[in-house]
Design a binder for this molecule. Sequence first.
Ligand code: PLP
Length: 391
Amino acid sequence: MTASIESLLMRHEARRLQPLPLPEPVPAESLPTPALVVDRPAMERNLKRMADHLTSHRTGLRAHAKMHKCPVVAHRQLELGAIGICCAKVSEAEVMRAAGIEQILITSPVSSPDKMARVAQLAAQSADVRIVVDDLTMAQQLDAAAREAGTTVRVLVDLDPRMGRTGIARGEPALNLVRGIDQCPNLHFTGLQQYAGHLMHIADAGERRRKALETAAAGIETRDLIIADGHPVDIFTGGGTGTFDIDSEVPEITDIQAGSYVFMDEEYAAIGQGNRPRFEFFEPALFVLVSAISQPKRGMITVDGGFKSFASDSVAPVSRDLPDVRFRFGGDEHGILLLGEEAPEIHLGDRLWMVAPHCDPTINLHDWICPVEADGLVHELWPVSARGCSW
Ligand SMILES: Cc1ncc(COP(=O)(O)O)c(C=O)c1O
């Protein structure tokens, strides 16, 4: 088989997978800015809260590693009982596999021979690698790739929860796909994925709950149809941070694919949860530390982080500590803090902690995560090993 550009890229890039210890610990405030900083104790609390909640509800966690792209965090999730991780892309999965992780579900279908060959390679390395499929022709091509690699690929059928992104329609179309997969000797059907991303950020917690339960029920109907046709459905996976507490009440859902809960972000914090106006069960643990660098006008001050340090598709970064300060993007490398009447004085050189607006794409802008331990010091750096792995 001819080597694809993708495989060449993967082979020639030496990606660091382990933490990088610092010669001596440094205070967070002395990091070069902009710096992607994690409040380690807050991260640990978030990890434990999710693990405890799901354990008490007898639901598994298949943590979505697309959020952090960092094997150090993935290993910690597995240590705390996650049954596996999810990856959005084959290249992400390859990085996680290289870091020694066996239990990987690729949550997006693939449609090219190159990617299918790489999925088959991953499956040949670990019996716990799985991928979703939502089309019979593509499934048959994956079967051929698996045959060529001399292996079996475990697949889940991706159900479209009427989000219109990926997945096959529930009911007969899904059942027919399962029947087709059954005819593929090198594929093994192991279950269903139904991820309702369009529900995750519904601000009204009651409406989110109602829609999530309706969606789960429709998916379970399809699951039952498939089981009645003689196909065991071992896995019924889906759900994210926004519905973790709802999906875990549904006994048929075997595991939740939450990602953002580890670090949280302002997009999630701003929605209601339970009977609270803000989502505070998990704490903000991810920040971009920026420095004030210029003050051309009174009432505002410019910091050294803009679109290349923060990714935001809806909300702006917010200050962790300072009241009456609003962030306005000032371009690729700059942000402008608008200082209201209640804002404290900020001086050039001051370091400011900004809560990440949207965690996944913000992390993908940085090479390193700087974890700040309980002593206020950074002892090591964590590589964002799958940074840029979007192919
Ligand atoms: C398929 C899939 N599962 C799970 C998640 C995790 O969602 P969250 O970060 O909201 O927990 C995502 C996020 O986009 C996703 O695409």
